[in-house]
Design a protein around this ligand. Sequence first.
Ligand SMILES: CSC[C@H]1O[C@H](OP(=O)(O)O)[C@H](O)[C@@H]1O
Length: 386
Amino acid sequence: MPGLTSIRTSEGKIEIVNQLLLPHTTEFIEISTIEQAHDAIKSMKIRGAPAIASLAALTIASHLSRALQADPSPDFLTSPLTLQEHVEGHLSYINTARPTAVNLGAATRRLSNILEQSVRAGKDARAIAEDLIREGKEIDEEDVGRNKQMSRHGAEWLLEQWAAKGLSGSNLNVMTVCNTGSLATSGYGTALGLITHLHETGRLQRAFYTQSTPYHQGSRLTAFELQTLNIPSTMLCDSMVGSLFQSHGIHAVAVGADRITRDGDTANKVGTYNAAVLAARHKIPFIVVAPVSTVDLDIADGSSIPIEHRPALEACVVRGALYPVRTDAEGLKEQATVMITPEGLDGVYNPSFDVTPAELITAIVTEKGVAVKRDGESTFDLTSIV
Ligand SMILES: CSC[C@H]1O[C@H](OP(=O)(O)O)[C@H](O)[C@@H]1O
């Protein structure tokens, strides 16, 4: 059975599945403007670093396709420079939707570079728009093949590690955090793609995944994907990772990434750092699986990664009721939304990501291959995989 999908396009129409409602409701929403794409990303109707990059790129392409077909043509198609100003404005705007995942910025920079090259080449506005449309669609279309490549690289590397330990015949138990499958990408997935590849090649014993609260990417999305793919899986609460490692033979932890710095520090769903510390204690290989577009060579280490803090309310709802309950609970919903004061925190700490230092990461996998640290090194040289 094919995997689930985050985005679908037909006759120039873009639709996303509203991931806030999954798995109990599968509702597709049409995205036809940059503003709608921005809202969908910011409100997490669509999420996952590669998926939000694909939506941004496809929305720009769709916007320009409609402009080329409009009669009369919109003013911004009057000249290359008016087009460049118009598109750069949209790229800057969509880039503000969420700060941590670098893929969104990588996609908008790629479109900006094509725009600049086409303007410098002396092309007319319509030809430049056509270049941007092609590139925007390419950013989405290339994702699935890239994910299958990195998944194979990661799975083969992991099997080699265990074969070297005399476990060549064993199937593997792999734990993951959050959702990094088809719902987080344009298809197949990254870390969940590695798990899928092991399953497809008969080398997976079982997938384990954390709930990944408060959005529940694990219990709502990863669960849905693994069950759809008929992959044997077990869910655990975020606080149970240590207990799992104490009581079960886990052969690896494979996670995605939202931003990987030059030295290999990695921002990913909050709870990833906890799992990395526990994996190190239990000597379990910890693998990051992500496309090259997630690597930010402009940032030396994790201290410079912007960490998104989500609205307090998103962490305060349990079974439909609001928590933490305060004795002065008058208008708690209003209080829940103002618990994080402009000056700092008051009552709810709700970062969406954390940073795992390179020293806790065993391998980083992209579509170009696998990088490991040199003996005695605590950071990576990612040159061979970017
Ligand atoms: C391949 S998805 C990468 C990354 O994105 C997720 O975050 P979110 O659900 O908030 O967009 C999670 O950190 C995944 O590992």
